[in-house]
Write a new protein. Structure first.
Lengths: 114, 109
């Protein structure tokens, strides 16, 4: 029973490039959450998605960031025109349902912007 | 807006000492989850508390949810070096999730 999968595990991008982070939730989970963690800091909620719907994106920067969770395939967090401040660990989590169900986290993608 | 504050930010203890971290929300929560993140790792779910005044135990760990469902605590009895990591609380209310900033626990052998 595979857990939450994220790829790539490490991603290096130059300033101005695009970063695409993928997350495959646990089997049977239809709720996906993205979090950002800066070095030595806590987790910051970014966005919560269900299949084909964005439920809450209140934590996501208004520009350059977007997320999707298509009917088929993984959830994608896309960062356009990356800047050095985007360097962080990006964690994806999934749950069976929302609210009363625990979230299972993936191993994270460590993004480094040079 | 709603916030979940977590204290302390850091805690250094000698192995065998107890440890407690606290989370406080500005408003009532539907439930609260606790996670542990080892250095270099990802958060791992520990427990969920739903009921007012709920207390749950996992071996040396005791979790409490306040009567007003606005605060919670995690207490570790007789810490061990394997307890090292950052402990996060996460409150949930109305489709929104609020992570505490975490308490980083260091245990000296």
């Amino acid at each position: 029973n595979a857990g939450v999968m994220q790829n790539p595990r490490h991603l290096v991008r130059r300033r101005g490039q695009e970063a695409r982070l993928r997350c495959s939730p646990m089997k049977g989970h239809s709720h996906v959450y993205w979090y950002r963690q800066l070095p030595e800091e806590g987790l910051k909620f970014m966005v919560y998605l269900q299949k084909e719907n964005i439920i809450d994106e209140s934590g996501m920067p208004k520009e350059r960031f977007s997320a999707e969770f298509p009917k088929e395939g993984p959830s994608i967090l896309r960062i356009q025109q990356v800047v050095r401040g985007d360097s962080a660990a990006y964690f994806c989590a999934s749950s069976l349902m929302t609210g009363a169900y625990e979230q299972y986290f993936g191993p994270g993608t460590r993004l480094t912007v040079t | 807006g709603q916030q979940v504050m977590q204290i302390p930010q850091y805690q250094h203890v000698q192995e065998g000492e107890d440890f407690t971290t606290y989370c406080n929300s500005s408003t009532t929560l539907s439930n609260i989850q606790w996670y542990k993140q080892r250095p270099g790792g990802h958060p791992v779910f520990l427990i969920q508390l739903v009921k007012s005044g709920e207390v749950k135990k996992q071996k040396r760990l005791t979790f409490q949810f306040g009567e007003a469902k606005k605060n919670s605590s995690l207490h570790i009895t007789a810490t061990q070096t394997t307890d090292v990591g950052t402990y996060f609380c996460e409150g949930y209310n109305f489709n929104k999730f609020y992570f505490g900033s975490g308490t980083k626990l260091n245990v000296k052998p």
